[in-house]
Design a protein around this ligand. Structure first.
Ligand code: FAD
Length: 497
């Protein structure tokens, strides 16, 4: 057997050291540290965006890929467990519903559990859909434990600054070189248009073969130097501003994020071990900054630990996420509000995708096309899911909600909503992040009730359906009854070493 070809694209340069930069560095160094030279440039003077605390379950896998012990990770990032999101006031201002991780009830291969539950409703059963979901009932009871066979599907609330710090330690241990300094210029090759080097204010020049743009909203390489283009989605997701503030904890941390609808946006509450993260996401067309701040500060619990952090953003996606020899990862690739905690996940997807497509001797145009197609599809699917929360509402109490309720939506989302309304069916395409359970919970939570269900549910005689439904409910209740309070479990789990 011949010796493997020596890689020519050896030098990978990461611009930016926020969550995106250090997640990329940790994963690439851990997987390919021996075959690529990794350099990360970041500027302490510029700093990071400093928000991003709620995650979704695939982060558990990412942490395993970079060899993070879970208890160590939770201690280092002051993390708590998250079982889903409690939405307050999204449907009509007074309602609440829960979007949980995990499954509800038990599916048949031909039809999701909602079909059996709907058949039960018609036959006189009156227990809510929520009663059949372990993660949901546990969350609202404030309970958590790891269960055998990963029966409890969970994510984390974490301090993203501490997470980046932890990942930095791993990445440096696996050979990543960190350079401190401000990038002043991006050098391009006159012929190919590829990036050849980053020039720092200090005069240092960092040459590379492949560049990852992790410079956040600045998008210094992908847009500043390469003009990859941006699709603006503000007409579907009109919020463009946020204010974040940290407060002392009041009471034990619940194992879920709260999303409280306001008349021009919504507010998050994210419990960590040592503090609570709060923020208001709002549309500046309908709420000025001063009123937004007043609104936020009027709705927090506990003393403030930080000054309010004001942020502006444009919702949308970089048209080409990989362009020439540059890949945008993190906020440089686009941004959608944190309503379903998807940004850190998009970083994870991009990093793992890039590792799968890491070039050896040259960048394949086919890899680039594939990467862009997959990444953009992820973003469009998440976009549709977020729009659903705004569109499917009975709220008409403010100009903001009236705009959301009457806006045109993408055809892809229209099809999903109408299909569910008519038939109760949801189909998952192209490894879509949000599976049937998520869509069903949010659609029903926002008031979309199917008019029909699958005939398979009618096959069950009344007694069998009764047995199925009560058996599932009892199992959920019994299991939740055996779980410890979430706060106690976290203290024990993180303290045990
Ligand atoms: P940044 O954190 O901005 O990092 C950029 C890096 O580039 C920094 O190191 C900076 O110093 C460096 N840099 C920039 N310019 C230069 C230069 N000229 N020279 C050298 N270095 C430079 N995500 C979630 O998953 N869950 C959430 O709950 C969540 N909440 C959010 C709330 C809000 C209001 C916002 C705005 C975002 C939220 N996000 C959330 C998104 C999340 O914060 C980001 O996806 C994540 O932090 C990644 O950011 P980043 O690393 O791309 O950018």
């Amino acid at each position: 057997m011949n010796a493997p070809t020596q890689p020519r694209l050896r030098r990978v340069v990461i611009a930016g050291g926020g969550t995106a930069g250090w997640m990329a560095a940790a994963a690439i160094a851990n997987t390919l540290g021996d075959v690529v030279d990794l350099t990360l440039v970041e500027s302490e003077a510029i700093g990071t965006v400093g928000v991003g605390e709620a995650t979704i379950p695939p982060l558990v896998t990412f942490n395993r890929i970079v060899n993070l012990d879970e208890a160590d990770f939770m201690r280092a990032t002051q993390a708590t467990f998250k079982l889903g999101i409690l939405f307050d006031g999204w449907k009509n201002g007074h309602d609440r519903y829960f979007h949980s991780f995990g499954l509800t009830g038990r599916d048949h291969w031909s039809a999701g559990f909602q079909h059996f539950w709907l058949s039960g409703l018609q036959r006189g059963h009156d227990r809510p859909y929520d009663d059949y979901c372990l993660e949901l009932v546990a969350a609202l009871d404030g309970k958590f434990a790891h269960l055998p066979d990963n029966r409890m599907n969970y994510a984390y609330h974490l301090d993203s600054t501490l997470y980046a710090k932890l990942l930095r330690t791993l990445a440096e241990k696996n050979g990543t070189k960190r350079v401190e300094g401000r990038i002043a210029q991006v050098d391009l090759d006159g012929e190919s248009g590829n990036i050849t080097a980053l020039e720092l204010e200090s005069g240092q020049r960092i040459e590379g073969d492949l560049f990852l743009d992790c410079t956040g909203f600045r998008a210094l390489l992908i847009e500043g130097a390469l003009h990859a283009g941006f699709d603006d989605w503000t007409h579907w997701l009109p919020c463009d501003s946020a204010i974040a503030v940290q407060t002392e904890n009041v009471g034990p941390p619940p194992p879920y994020t709260r999303s409280i609808a306001h008349d021009a946006g919504w507010q998050w509450r994210i419990p960590l071990q040592h503090r609570t993260g709060n923020g208001l996401v709002y549309c500046s067309r309908y709420l000025d900054q001063e009123s937004a701040l007043e609104r936020l500060l009027g709705n927090i619990e506990g003393d403030m630990r930080t000054k309010p952090n004001m942020l502006r953003f444009t919702t949308g996606a970089r048209r080409r996420q990989w362009y020439r020899n540059c890949v945008a990862i993190g906020l440089s690739g686009g941004f959608m509000e944190p309503l379903e905690s998807t940004s850190i996940h998009l970083i994870q997807r991009a990093v793992l995708r890039l590792i799968r497509m890491m070039p050896l001797t040259h960048i394949s145009a086919r890899d680039v096309a594939e990467f862009n197609d997959q990444q953009f599809t992820d973003m469009e699917q998440i976009r549709d899911f977020l729009i659903l929360h705004y569109k499917a509402t009975d709220r008409r109490d403010s100009a903001f909600w009236r705009q959301c309720a009457t806006m045109d939506i993408p055809d892809t989302l229209q099809q999903k909503i109408e299909l569910f309304r008519e038939t109760g069916r949801v189909f998952r395409k192209n490894e879509e992040l949000f599976a049937e359970n998520s869509w069903v919970q949010v659609m029903m939570g926002q008031g979309i009730m199917p008019q029909s269900h699958h005939p398979i549910a009618e096959k069950l005689p009344d007694e069998e359906l009764d047995r199925l439904l009560s058996g599932l409910r009892d199992d959920v209740r019994r299991t939740v009854g055996s779980l410890p309070p979430h706060g106690e479990y976290v203290s024990r789990y993180c303290g045990a070493k």
